[in-house]
Design a binder for this molecule. Structure first.
Ligand SMILES: [Zn+2]
Length: 61
């Protein structure tokens, strides 16, 4: 099946972002079954927020 770029609406900011073929292949390669629900900006934001949190290092499971 031929892959195509996909437009997804970000859960966080409501903006549309493109889930490119390259990214889809990357996800497939990694075995991720879920498509991203957030745009790259929001993902980066969340990541840096997590990293900038106090050094408590307690992850919810
Ligand atoms: Zn977003």
């Amino acid at each position: 099946m031929e892959k195509k770029d996909k437009t997804i609406v970000c859960k966080d900011c409501g903006e549309e972002f493109v889930f490119t073929v390259g990214e889809q292949e990357f996800y497939e390669e990694k075995g991720f079954e879920n498509e991203p629900t957030r745009c790259k900006e929001c993902r980066d934001k969340r990541k840096s927020e997590r990293n900038s949190r106090r050094p408590f290092n307690r992850e919810d499971r």
